[in-house]
Structures are given as structure tokens and as C-alpha cells.
Design a protein around this ligand. Structure first.
Ligand SMILES: [Zn+2]
Length: 436
């Protein structure tokens, strides 16, 4: 199952405790539902943004193996002269010593109101722990389901604030496989199978069918045993029986370097996510005046309608451009068989004036200096191929004066204008420079 996490958390969880002389007795090892405990403060040290406290025993889970830390409170007990209650906002593992570091908020004084030797009561945020227990245990069940059904190993696990992911060692996974794994995982949850913590030596574990034994562990392994379904080395916090996971909902998948990433949520998160999805779909369905299941069909219909409308609009604009070109050429001054069209369109856009410039310069010998206002004030200069001007050079000169950008070739150029008024005056100025 969760090999990478297994590597990560069981080696941390076991080797640190067995091979390194860690000071902290980890109470969550044997009881994931212990939310209150008493302990003695061993050391207190300044840490970035707070104070780092080491206790002789702790039920706080430190971030490791994909599972994130607990939060809660540390309160000094049995000292009538002092009232110290500090928020635990992070819990980490000291990489060197293996100690559990409780990062508490510095209080208003020197931040060291806790002292070595103090007896404290630790209280864990039970809701947050329950959520983590559900996500983490759900991951065991889900990873085992993928392994049993399709022999797909889990190579890593990540627990986020909103959703969790596992990475499966495979190139692809089909929607059918996802559904089957989700179904099996939820069946195992509904069966409410006992989940037990067991300890075994690596040799014992091999005979018990634990799939992967972390190489670094020499003493006891901590095993999480989901009865007749999964046996896995792990240092995290878990449910007492699978029913406590509540449910598993698979979400999106994405291709990653080491395989396929599967997003999932368990327990209340699954309900919350489904609720959010439902509200989103309901809003979309209301906009379409339809049932939520009809939303994709309605979107497809709308997309087809938009495409058809765009095509119709293009055809109409072509016709309008055609007519405009005729009208403008009729009224434009002519010299030496060459027409000069200088026209500003306050409400039309760049696409239209480009279309119009093409029509004007194809219909006869013409120079066309067009501008538009709107959201993106623009200029389009064009001439019938073979006429002696250089539209690119004229545009460069114009945009330089406007402080904008633009360019093009001898016969066609476009550029920007700061606003409609300046676009309009720019074409009048440019007209004075057109060779006649
Ligand atoms: Zn675990």
C-alpha cells in the first residue's frame, strides 16, 4: 500500500523511536482517540514565530508521512500562582533527535512562560484530529483497493487542507477503474471492519504478509491492520474501525511524473465537497432554467448557439463592410485615379476596420486610413498593392507620436491609440503624409 508514506512515516515513526534516543513518548501510537493528556515539560526554546516545547509524552501528531500536524492547547496545571495556556499552532519532528516539537505561540512577555519541569495538560483539537484520522485511514483503504483490484501500488500520499491525493504507479487509469476502487473502498467502510494497531519485528512482519518492510527498521514495526483487507506499516493516526471513515469520494485525476495522481476526500470532507458541488451545479442549472443533470447538455447547446451566432455575425459584418466600402469609395476624394478614405468608427472594433480596409483596397485604387474607438482604440492603414506609399513606415511614425505600438508592411499596417479621440486625429495627420 502506501509505500512512500510507509517509508516516510514508519521509518520516522519506528527508527526514530527505536534507534534514536527520542525524549517524547508518543501517546498517539497506541490511541488515536486520546485528545487530552498530562505531561512534563522537558525543554523550552525560542523558535521562529513562537516557542518550541518538548514534553516527556505527547498525543500531538507531528507532520510526517503525508499526514499533517495536530493543533490544540498546552496549559500549566497544579500551579496556583501561574495561569499559562498557550496555543499549539504547529507540531514537528526534530530531524536529529526525533523529539516531538510543539510550537506554541509566544505570550506577551518573553514568550518563555512555560518552564522545564512544568506539568501541563495537552488538549488536541478533536475535530481536526478526527478529520485527519478519516483522511489518513481512508487512504489506507483506497490504496489497498487499487492494489487488490488492479495491482496498482501507491507511491506517495499528500493530505491537503481541502483534499488529499495519492500517486499510483501507472501510466493511465480509466473512469471505470476509479469507480470500481471507490466502490470497493466504500464497501469496506460499510462493513465496519476493525482496524488494529500491532507491533512486530521485520521478520515477523514478513510472515504476516506485510507487503513492504522499511529497510531501516531493525526493531519493532508498527502495523495498521484492517481486518482481512490490508496490513501496512505506518506511524500515523487511524480509525478504530472502517465505519468511522464515513465515506470516500474520488475526485479528479492528473498525470504526474511518477504516475497518476488521484484526488479524494473522506468523511465530512466528502459530504462538504458533495454539498459544494451540488450548490455549484444548482446555480448553473438555475442560470439555464434546467435540472442539474441537464447542465452539460445545455452547455453544449449554448456553445453550438454561440458558434452559429458568431458565424452569422461574421457574415453580417462582411456585408456591412462591403456596403460601407462602396459608400466610402463613392464619397472619397480622388486624385490621379486614386481614392483616399479617412474614417473613424467610434463604436466598431479592430476586426471590423481590418475587414473594411481589405474591401476598400481591393475594390479599386485606394489608400484607406481607418480608426476605431471602443475597448481597444486602434488604427489600420492600407493601400491597394502597387501604390507608392509605405503603410508600415507611416504607421511607425504615427504610433511614435502617440506613444503606442504598431507596424506592418508596405500595404497593410495596424497600431494602437491611447483613446478614440487621439485615434481620430491621428488618421487626419497621417492623411497629410500620403503621397498623392
Ligand atoms: Zn497510516
Amino acid at each position: 500500500m502506501c509505500y512512500a508514506r510507509l517509508k516516510a512515516c514508519s521509518t520516522l515513526a519506528n527508527t526514530k523511536r527505536d534507534e534514536v534516543d527520542s525524549l517524547t513518548d508518543r501517546l498517539y501510537y497506541t490511541d488515536s482517540f486520546l485528545h487530552e493528556f498530562e505531561a512534563r515539560v522537558l525543554t523550552v526554546a525560542g523558535a521562529s514565530g513562537g516557542v518550541s516545547v518538548v514534553l516527556d509524552r505527547s498525543a500531538f501528531y507531528p507532520t510526517s508521512g503525508g499526514q499533517v500536524f495536530d493543533t490544540g492547547w498546552l496549559e500549566v496545571v497544579a500551579d496556583a500562582n501561574r495561569s499559562v495556556r498557550l496555543r499549539v499552532r504547529d507540531v514537528a519532528e526534530d530531524e536529529q533527535s526525533g523529539d516531538v516539537l510543539h510550537i506554541v505561540e509566544a505570550d506577551d512577555g518573553d514568550g518563555l512562560s512555560l518552564q522545564a519541569g512544568d506539568v501541563v495538560r495537552g488538549t488536541i483539537d478533536a475535530g481536526r484530529r478526527r478529520d485527519h484520522v478519516q483522511q489518513h485511514s481512508g487512504q489506507h483503504v483506497l490504496s489497498a483497493a487499487f492494489e487488490k483490484l488492479y495491482d496498482l501500488a501507491t507511491v506517495s500520499f499528500h493530505m491537503g487542507d481541502e483534499s488529499c491525493t495519492i500517486d499510483l504507479a501507472t501510466e493511465t487509469i480509466s473512469p471505470k477503474q476509479l469507480q470500481a476502487a471507490e466502490r470497493l473502498a466504500n464497501e469496506v467502510i460499510a462493513e465496519d471492519r476493525p482496524v488494529e494497531i500491532r507491533f512486530a519485528t521485520p521478520d515477523e512482519a514478513r510472515t504476516m504478509g506485510v507487503r513492504k518492510i522499511p529497510a531501516a527498521v531493525r526493531e519493532k514495526l508498527r502495523l495498521i491492520d484492517i481486518r482481512d483487507f490490508d496490513l501496512n506499516a505506518c506511524g500515523g493516526t487511524h480509525v478504530g474501525s472502517t465505519g468511522q471513515i464515513g465515506s470516500i469520494l474520488l475526485r479528479k485525476t492528473e498525470k504526474v511524473k511518477q504516475g497518476v495522481r488521484v484526488e479524494f476526500v473522506c468523511g465530512q470532507r466528502a459530504v462538504g465537497t458533495a454539498r459544494h458541488d451540488f450548490e455549484t451545479l444548482t446555480e448553473a442549472a438555475t442560470l439555464f432554467s434546467t435540472h442539474i443533470w441537464e447542465v452539460p447538455q445545455q452547455i453544449r447547446k449554448s456553445q453550438d448557439e454561440i458558434k452559429a451566432a458568431q458565424k452569422a455575425q461574421h457574415r453580417l459584418l462582411e456585408e456591412v463592410a462591403e456596403l460601407q466600402a462602396e459608400r466610402l469609395l463613392q464619397s472619397a476624394p480622388e486624385r490621379g485615379g486614386q481614392k483616399l478614405v479617412v474614417q473613424y468608427f467610434a463604436d466598431l472594433d479592430l476586426n471590423f476596420i481590418k475587414m473594411l480596409a481589405q474591401k476598400l483596397t481591393k475594390a479599386g485604387q485606394a489608400v484607406s486610413l481607418l480608426a476605431c474607438g471602443g475597448a481597444q482604440p486602434s488604427l489600420v492603414f492600407a493601400q491597394t498593392s502597387g501604390l507608392p506609399n509605405d503603410m508600415g513606415a507611416l504607421m511607425k511614425q504615427t504610433v511614435q507620436a502617440l506613444g503606442t505600438r504598431g507596424g506592418g508592411n508596405r500595404d497593410m499596417a495596424q497600431g494602437g491609440a491611447p483613446d478614440g479621440d487621439r485615434a481620430e486625429s491621428a488618421i487626419v495627420e497621417a492623411a497629410k503624409l500620403v503621397a498623392r
